[in-house]
Design a protein around this ligand. Structure first.
Ligand SMILES: [Zn+2]
Length: 90
């Protein structure tokens, strides 16, 4: 079995508070994530090794966005997402 047999994947967006490094304005931004939630149980065709791997597996999410556009109309510069990890366990 592959790791992807262990989870259900879904694209979600979450709101984060970010500060633009150019104009220093704080704002709420929607950031896209790929959420990989562990299945309730491992598939029928799993062998013992798969079961052991599945037991240790944790749900996690991967950030899809790297850049944001500032919402301040006098700035509107693009900036890199900083301070939020690109992979997070849930
Ligand atoms: Zn800005």
């Amino acid at each position: 079995m592959e790791e992807r047999d262990f989870y259900d994947e879904r694209a979600e967006s979450r709101t984060h508070t970010m500060t633009c490094p150019h104009c220093r304005q704080e704002g709420q931004y929607e950031i896209g994530w790929l959420v990989r939630r562990k299945k309730n149980q491992v598939g029928r065709n799993a062998d013992e090794r798969d079961r052991a791997k599945f037991a240790k597996f944790q749900s996690y999410m991967v950030r899809r966005d790297d850049m944001l556009g500032c919402k301040n109309i006098r700035c509107r510069k693009r900036f890199e997402i900083a301070g939020i990890q690109s992979v997070a366990f849930i």
